[in-house]
Design a protein around this ligand. Structure first.
Ligand code: BGC
Length: 748
């Protein structure tokens, strides 16, 4: 007994010493901040609030910028991509500026710096935190060698509308999955210590509701109820802050009438008080002065006043703080205490980053850009994010001897397969599918057919078809060029652009198997081609190593491991579309569905079918959230709950047996969903609360278990009360969100 006490006492003491140390560090930090702040002039304080940009292609370093840094009028810089300029500007800041406060250099390092990983929506399709963490670590190592210590990532906007161009950068539609990935991104970017020279401070963006742009049109208004805000849009941010994200970026859009950059409730009450964020807030590009166009500020001065009063620390690119803060102070529209607090937040992060001790970029370490390790991780990520949507008669994997005709505008486009936000990726390192087939001596011929994804010229069709008739299988590799998704690149139609569908249709007539690989920044509607082809593989924009990943998948060296992080629509008219929707009072059902063509001519006005569906497109997606095939099949059996009654004090163990009934070893992503049957407010028809990846040999069986606690059931109601009510719950385990393997339990 005594030894147990001694042991426990030991643990308590170690813990107490740890806490004491932490306290000391944070006291010291605050003392340093106060000391510095007391020496700063008002101009310098306002200077810290400015994020200034240069062009990444700048050929000279402007004297004006140098002078601003010398006078301490800049807090951070954006897009300085010449290493010598970075060194010189930092030297001026720490040697010549009044209080020698170092600068932070920033950049959009979104899915890789030089070594490009799949676009974030693709990374989300991996459902793999380790892969995501590795990708952001690689990006941080490469980017920090250029002096960049702050990335404007991860983008955590929940996105339910594939028309929105920035869905490419998002973690998809699900708050649970997005929250797991948010943590992984932050851990990868920031590394083990913020003061490590390879650490990039993360920026959770865009706060908030940018993905809820009405109609999927970029920058558009968002209307989000309190309940949705707290249950759907905030959780990924909360997760990023818990993981230690040091900065957050406000979004361009307004939410419920207030542009995010001027929203005090959002930036002070929710962000600081509720989510306990203790880093600094940066605006998006000119988003402070864009509040004038929004109709929320009359001029730049008022825009600055509203943003500062809302709690926005640092202004990106526009100059309303620089030009107006002093006058606003004079007019008592702002207080000195407010300015000091804003500066404190920024200095705190600079101290944490170790910039006062090590301001310069990581020059000594041999950072291998495009190292074989980085390329290998990028290839693994591309394999894990590729989603096999269709594989009729197991046409994939291909036989190595098969004579393949590769066709399509993206089969050999090194720049396009990198996707959006890839300023720094050098296309000469890209492995395209054609390059990989060549390298592997595959038995293939290649003809593009269409020279870019929007190409409508059919002049090569005849030649393509003649070659196709001599092949054993045709592989069409198309989709969207990189520029068709990302910021400001929303589309109203989201099918394959140009004459791609026509070419696929012609190829299908030759009666040879046709496989389609899609590289795109969003789900693509497939109604015009789906039934004509044998296989469909979605690789998103797969990055530098996309070609090798695709080769390995097509020939079965690896199986595709991705699962959809978004519900895949049949037609754009179904958007926004998401699995975790509400049921309505008239849920759609197969029994009551009336198709447009079965309505009698001259039919009398009636609410035909009486359920929530489209006459022409029905109510089901093309593919459900969580869907993806591998090269083997799994059988789910024996679903059991350890108890059907959950309380505050117990947990439920949900278990299921999974058997690989195919011929190959394969991986399955086992997903767990619940439904709160009736609540104080209505609840979604299903919500993801867990997932596990398992690997099974042919005929192997494994029991998979999940532990469910009361915390998994909690949500915010419209009074923002967080909790769970007593009552019935449904629970499903399955390979995707459409699983019918269901049980029930009661929370009492
Ligand atoms: C984007 C941000 C980005 C910023 C800086 C803006 O246009 O919305 O996501 O970080 O530019 O490049």
């Amino acid at each position: 007994m005594r030894t147990i006490y001694a042991f426990l006492l030991g643990i308590i003491m170690v813990f107490a010493i740890g806490c004491e140390k932490e306290k000391k560090v944070s006291n010291q930090l605050e003392t340093n901040i106060e000391e510095l702040l007391s020496k700063m002039t008002l101009e310098e304080k306002i200077g810290q609030l400015n994020l200034r940009g240069t062009s990444s292609r700048a050929k000279t370093l402007s004297e004006e910028l140098k002078q601003k840094v010398r006078e301490g009028k800049v807090g951070a810089l954006l897009n300085v991509m010449n290493k010598e300029y970075v060194d010189e500007l930092q030297r001026i800041a720490v040697e010549e500026s009044p209080n020698k406060i170092p600068l932070i250099f920033s950049r959009d390092v979104i899915h890789g710096f030089k070594t490009i990983f799949p676009i974030p929506l693709g990374m989300a399709a991996s459902w793999d935190e380790e892969v995501v963490k590795n990708s952001s670590r690689v990006a941080a190592i490469e980017a920090s060698s250029y002096g960049i210590r702050w990335t404007f990532a991860p983008m955590l906007d929940i996105a339910k509308d594939a028309r929105w161009g920035r869905i490419a950068e998002s973690p998809g539609e699900d708050p649970y999955l997005a929250s797991q990935l948010a943590r992984a991104y932050v851990e990868g970017f920031q590394g083990d210590s913020l003061s490590d020279p390879t650490s990039l401070i993360a920026c959770a963006k865009h706060f908030i509701g940018y993905g809820a742009a009405i109609g999927g049109r970029d920058y558009n208004t968002a209307i989000i109820s309190k309940e949705q805000l707290h249950n759907t849009y905030l959780p990924p941010f909360e997760s990023a802050f818990k993981a230690g994200a040091q900065t957050v970026m406000t979004s361009f859009n307004e939410v419920n009438g207030i542009p995010a950059s001027g929203d005090k409730e959002l930036l002070t009450n929710i962000l600081r008080k509720q989510l306990k964020f203790d880093g600094f807030v940066v605006s998006d590009w000119n988003s402070v002065t864009e509040m004038i166009a929004h109709g929320y500020a009359e001029d730049e001065k008022q825009a600055a006043e509203k943003a500062i009063n809302a709690g926005l620390n640092m202004e990106m690119t526009s100059k309303s703080y620089e030009d107006n803060a002093k006058e606003l102070l004079k007019e008592n529209k702002l207080s000195m205490n407010q300015i000091d607090n804003m500066v404190r937040d920024i200095l705190r992060v600079k101290f944490r980053m170790g910039l006062f001790k090590t301001p310069y970029r990581n020059k000594n370490k041999d950072v291998e850009i495009y190292s074989s390790k980085h390329l290998e991780l990028a290839k693994e990520a591309a394999i894990k994010s590729s989603v096999l949507l269709k594989n009729k008669n197991n046409v994939l994997p291909l036989n190595k001897k098969a004579k393949v005709l590769i066709v399509g505008p993206l089969a050999n486009k090194p720049r396009e397969q990198l996707g959006t936000w890839t300023f720094d990726g050098d296309k000469k390192y890209t492995i395209t599918p054609v390059a990989s087939f060549e390298k592997n001596n595959a038995n293939f011929e290649f003809i593009e057919g269409l020279t870019y994804s929007r190409d409508t010229n059919k002049k090569y069709f005849k030649e393509v078809l003649s070659k196709a008739s001599k092949a054993d299988i045709v592989l069409f590799i198309g989709g969207e060029e990189a520029i068709l998704s990302g910021e400001a690149h929303s589309r109203a139609n989201i099918n394959l652009p140009g004459a791609q569908e026509k070419l696929i249709g012609e190829l299908a007539k030759i009666k040879k198997p046709v496989g389609v690989t899609i590289m795109a920044g969003r789900p693509i509607t497939l109604q015009n081609i789906k039934n004509k082809v044998d296989a469909i593989l979605m690789t998103w924009h797969p990055g530098t190593m996309g070609g090798d990943a695709i080769y390995d998948i097509l020939f079965g060296v690896k199986e595709p491991k991705g699962r959809l992080p978004v519900t895949w629509p049949k037609v754009a008219g179904q958007l926004p579309l998401y699995y975790n929707h509400k049921n309505t009072g008239r849920p759609a059902s197969p029994k009551e569905y009336v198709h447009i063509d079965s309505i009698p001519i001259g039919a009398w006005q009636s609410s035909l079918g009486n359920t929530s569906h489209y006459l022409d497109a029905g109510y089901e997606p093309e593919y459900p959230f969580g869907f993806g095939l591998g090269y083997t099949s799994f059988e789910y059996s024996n679903f059991k709950l350890s108890t059907t009654s959950l309380t505050e004090d117990n947990t439920i163990i949900a278990s299921i047996d999974i058997t690989n009934i195919g011929e190959r070893t394969g991986e399955e992503l086992v997903q767990l969903y619940i439904q709160d049957v009736a609540g104080n407010i209505t609840r979604p028809v299903k919500e993801l609360i867990g997932y596990k990846r398992i690997s099974l040999k042919s005929k192997e069986k494994q029991k998979v278990t999940f532990e469910i606690t009361v915390d998994d059931l909690k949500y915010y109601n419209n009074q923002l009360k967080y909790g769970v009510e007593k009552g019935k719950f449904n629970i499903w385990i399955g390979a995707n969100s459409a699983s019918k393997v269901k049980e029930e339990f009661v929370y009492e």
